[in-house]
Design a protein around this ligand. Structure first.
Ligand code: NDP
Length: 443
């Protein structure tokens, strides 16, 4: 396999899907060596098969706003790979998504889910609907229309969606309600559900907590811990808020957060209760932070979060948000580790720069796998019709993140001792899926 040739061909077959090409490019660059050393992969044309989704479902989502005006959005579900279990992956509602976005996210999800060690295949979906500025009733009507089509394709043993950007507890509730009405079954068809109707403890916190647990594993490997560390982060959504919460519980200080309009920098440490009130309760803008903390700084340049002097950087917002210039700033400021809370937030040139400068670079597949891991645990609890305690779930999450870290060490350690987590995560995830695909024949 020649990565360049392979990517050129992929781009020709699937034009206009830049994010998907980028995600595939990162994986094949990492697995080139192991792929070429094992001719059984090429003999069944595994690479061409693994980049082709099992199926893509695309549909019209008509809905009415509060004034009675009719709108139409596009709905997507990519059922990418089911070699390890039912398709599993979130739904994203954001105006800037396209087919290529969902293919990149679905492709990444295959390997992330493999890394958790739980029986889950990879999928992803969502819509170009923008929940921002919509009333609860409008969001409900949209979710009901979206599920009216999606319910034909999903099920607890087939495909189990969850939340992602723009899809939180409110949306999962509306989607689950409509599924129950159409299917006439109460079953674990979505994860991220409310605690009183099939949800798991720690699911809401899982991605952020897991991100901090694996960062802690990295620090322990370097004889250190979170206590006293300075953390720069982006985002102010589900992942960012609970990553910040865990950092603070472990004695670190979070100095920056952002939303799509701008960022705040608070050298006294971010007031997380206030951020929760602004973002979770009031669905407001991060700029409002200044009303209670006038000494904090606000900037419309979201990249300013990376200009803070920090030990750890956690990009938790969206894809390609941390570029080469920001990576240079982090290295110059002595940052030791960048762990991706979001999916593919660090651009490829920035990843290469961080690796070259021997900064720990933990890719999203490994670093943010805690969310889907607890989703997998939610599926197990639903199947057994019971609910584990918060302590039980948190212990399992801890163990899963530790195992993922070990896999990265196993496949990513270089002779000089430096660990290439990007390679480690990609090789570990790929081998697991590839072996399952070979065992299951030409499907
Ligand atoms: P949310 O919708 O809860 O939050 C996203 C946050 O990022 C919002 O605060 C949003 O701002 C902000 N944001 C969006 N674009 C930008 C930008 N360009 N610059 C700065 N901030 C921005 O989503 P999640 O927290 O759930 O997801 C964040 C990332 O984590 C995504 O990449 C997602 O795929 C990934 N992820 C999420 C998991 C989960 O369990 N939720 C699991 C694994 C990965 P605003 O409020 O203005 O919209």
């Amino acid at each position: 396999m020649n990565p360049k040739q392979f990517l050129d061909n992929l781009t020709k077959i699937h034009p206009g899907e830049a994010e998907f090409h980028q995600a595939v490019g990162e994986v094949i660059e990492s697995i080139e060596e192991v792929y070429n050393q094992n001719p059984q992969f090429e003999s069944v044309n595994l690479l061409d098969r693994i980049v082709e989704p099992d199926r893509i479902i695309m549909f019209r989502v008509p809905w009415q706003d509060d004034e009675g005006k009719v709108h139409v959005n596009r709905g997507y579900r990519i059922e990418f790979n089911s070699a390890l279990g039912p398709y599993k992956g979130g739904l994203r509602f954001h105006p800037e998504v396209s087919l290529g976005t969902f293919k990149f996210l679905g492709f990444e999800q295959i390997f992330k889910n493999a890394l958790t060690g739980l029986p889950m295949g990879g999928g992803k979906g969502g819509s170009d609907f923008d929940p921002k500025g919509k009333t609860d009733n409008e969001v409900m009507r949209f979710c009901q229309s979206f599920m009216t089509e999606l319910h034909k394709h999903i099920g607890p043993e087939t495909d189990v969606p969850a939340g992602d950007i723009g899809v939180g507890g409110r949306e999962i509730g509306f989607l689950f309600g409509q599924y129950g009405r159409l299917a006439n079954r109460f079953e674990g068809v979505l994860t991220g559900k409310g605690l009183s109707w099939g949800g798991s403890w720690i699911r809401k916190e899982a991605t952020g907590y897991g991100l901090v647990y694996i960062t802690q594993n990295f620090l322990q490997e370097h004889g250190s811990d979170m206590s006293g560390k300075r953390i720069a982060m982006s985002g102010a959504g589900n992942v960012a808020i609970y990553a910040a919460e865990k950092v603070m519980q472990l004695g670190g200080t979070v100095l920056s957060m952002s939303d799509s309009n701008g960022c705040i920098i608070d050298e006294d440490g971010i007031d997380l209760d206030l951020v929760k009130e602004i973002k979770e309760v009031n669905r407001g803008r991060i700029k409002e932070y200044l009303e209670k903390h006038p000494k904090a700084k606000y900037s419309e340049n979201r990249d300013d979060v990376w200009k803070v002097k920090c030990d750890i950087a956690l990009p938790n917002a969206t894809q390609n948000e941390l570029n080469l210039e920001s990576a240079k700033m982090l290295v110059a400021n002595g940052c030791q580790v960048v762990a991706e809370g979001a999916n593919m937030p660090v651009t490829p040139d920035a990843v290469h720069y961080l690796l070259k400068n021997k900064v720990g670079m933990i890719p999203g597949k490994a670093a943010n796998a805690g969310g889907v891991a607890v989703s997998g645990l939610e599926m197990s609890q639903n199947a057994m019709k019971l609910q584990w305690t918060p302590k039980e779930v948190d212990e399992r999450l801890h163990q899963i993140m530790f195992n993922i870290h070990e896999s990265c060490l196993k496949y990513g350690k270089r002779p000089d001792g430096y660990v290439d987590y990007v390679k480690g995560a990609n090789v570990a995830g790929f081998l697991k899926v590839a072996e399952a695909m070979i065992d299951q024949g030409l499907v």
